[in-house]
Ligand binder design. Sequence first.
Ligand SMILES: Cc1cc2nc3c(=O)[nH]c(=O)nc-3n(C[C@H](O)[C@H](O)[C@H](O)COP(=O)(O)O)c2cc1C
Length: 345
Amino acid sequence: MNYEIVLAPLQGYTDAVFRDVYFRHFTGVDQAMAPFISTMGQQRVNLSRLQDLVPENNLNCHVIPQILGNVSDDFLFLSKHLIALGYETVNWNMGCPHSKIAKKKRGSGMLPWPEMVDQLLDSVFKGLTCNLSVKVRLGRNHKDEIFDLLPVFEKYPIEEIIVHPRTGVQMYEGKVDLDAFIRIADSTSHRLVYNGDITTIRFFDQILCRLSGMRGNLQSTDYFSRVDRFMIGRGILSNPFLPSQIKSGRELTEESPGSRYPRNRESDLEMIKLFHDELFETYSSKFYGPLHVTGRMKGFWTYIGPSFPAYGKEVKKILKAKSREHYAAAAESFFAIRPLFTPAE
Ligand SMILES: Cc1cc2nc3c(=O)[nH]c(=O)nc-3n(C[C@H](O)[C@H](O)[C@H](O)COP(=O)(O)O)c2cc1C
């Protein structure tokens, strides 16, 4: 079974610079969804946000743009700009959990309102000249809200439904609900993409087991399910090798059980350093303000830092840097001590 892996949109983290540098250093990810752009009303478009999606900033990866909004004309207006940039699919964000957004019936705030979603999809599909996918959660307040939406989704030629099996009010708390995801898989004819908490190969395997209705140890050749696309966000930020491990791990399972994930920690560190250095250089050349650059780089450490569990103090020093120069020096000293990269396994 072949899987496709999609880099999840993480506003403030997976911008065009991150995506471009990541795709030049690591393998295993097939596509990336860009963080959302909001509709603005009155047929206006935020040109600076659109910069993230211009083709020359996205040469190394296949990107799907995402829109947040709940007014069909505004959605169509923004889609037209994206289509003009060459995009063939846009994604509708129906999952954003933040209460400020949800209160306005945007993001996950749309999920309790199937009639509103029906009307919006009806108007949008009448005018849209590209494909549409949706990214959802189980509901806003309750995890069965999605089951009133699925019949609505059945009426439209939606390209795929990406499901993060938590409710909006849960934010990122509690366990993802795999049972609910499986019930959704049984209740829709649309292509389904799994998204949520894939941070280790072990958990990825567990999901495969559950999806294929199997118990016990899984051999990749035994796996069968119609879900073959997986979206991963924080897991890639904390372990950039994860997608290639997931994919190559599978080949190794078949050939040589027992040596499934052979790793050379020294060369892992070297690759992370090269990735980090290029990210820092590129942000430095694109952003004028030092706080912008150090801010972005601190975001990088938020997720990858815990993958150096024995070096918390050293990571904190990097996070304290206030200027570009201090940051560069702190990061250089960090890599010079050859810290052991040990992501969760
Ligand atoms: C900091 C942050 C920013 C996010 N920004 C977006 C976004 O712009 N659009 C979106 O659909 N989801 C967004 N998400 C949700 C992720 O795409 C994803 O659904 C969630 O993190 C669960 O996947 P993961 O466990 O693999 O990270 C964001 C999540 C985080 C933590």
